[in-house]
Ligand binder design. Structure first.
Ligand code: URA
Ligand code: SF4
Length: 209
């Protein structure tokens, strides 16, 4: 019942979608989030394969700026993409859920995981983004995106970096979420996890070359 589906414009374009999503109140997260953080880029992708990266939900900084992956996770993602040889300027970056969910007193806002009701409510936006952008390769960053698009039994740990048969795009791959790397217990673990993440993105780069 709680779903953004009725808000999806007929014959959607990127601009129409973004505009419609900016007023979305289909689930309670519009109250915790400052604004809808829609996918980017705004413009047309360059020549070459279209890559779409899907995260979980905007973080604190994304919520304030209204743009996806501009905070610490985004910096890690940018660097990893560059190392893997994927051009971010040609990639479309978005999230499974478009509003920031957090707990705390408002001064320090602590990320809270969106629940299945919220993910389901928001999914029509992501589906429409996929329909409009038509990625050649779709990369799920973390379990929230992977399970939203590939089913709740999908396990990133078991299938990361491998192409997964799916109707969403000719190639679908899942890997970890960059924020999980930032949460690693010590610098060595973090570097190891970062290397594995870059390795998954290199596999993506090879698939589209
Ligand atoms: N984490 C996400 O999943 N998305 C963002 O945009 C930022 C952090
Ligand atoms: Fe709408 Fe998604 Fe925001 Fe919920 S999280 S209000 S479904 S845009």
């Amino acid at each position: 019942q709680t779903t953004a589906a009725p808000l999806i414009p007929e014959s959607p374009t990127y601009d129409k979608l973004r505009e419609a999503a900016s007023g979305c109140q289909a689930c309670p997260l519009w109250k915790t989030g400052t604004q809808t953080v829609f996918g980017e880029p705004v413009g047309r992708p360059g020549p070459g394969p279209r890559v779409m990266l899907v995260g979980e939900q905007p973080g604190d900084q994304e919520d304030r700026e209204g743009r996806p992956f501009v905070g610490p996770s985004g910096r890690l993602l940018d660097e990893a993409l560059e190392e893997a040889g994927i051009d971010r300027s040609q990639a479309y970056v978005t999230n499974t859920v478009k509003h920031f969910k957090w707990t705390g007193d408002g001064k320090r806002r602590i990320h809270a995981k969106p629940n299945t009701t919220e993910v389901r409510a928001c999914l029509p936006w992501l589906e429409a983004e996929i329909q409009v952008f038509r990625p050649d390769i779709l990369v799920c960053l973390g379990a929230t995106a992977a399970q939203a698009l590939l089913g709740k039994d999908f396990r990133v740990t078991q299938q990361r970096g491998q192409p997964i048969p799916s109707a969403w795009a000719p190639i679908v791959v899942a890997t970890v979420h960059p924020s999980s790397i930032l949460r690693a217990p010590d610098p060595e673990a973090r570097e190891r996890q970062r290397e594995a993440f870059v390795e998954d993105l290199r596999a993506v780069a090879r698939l589209i070359r």
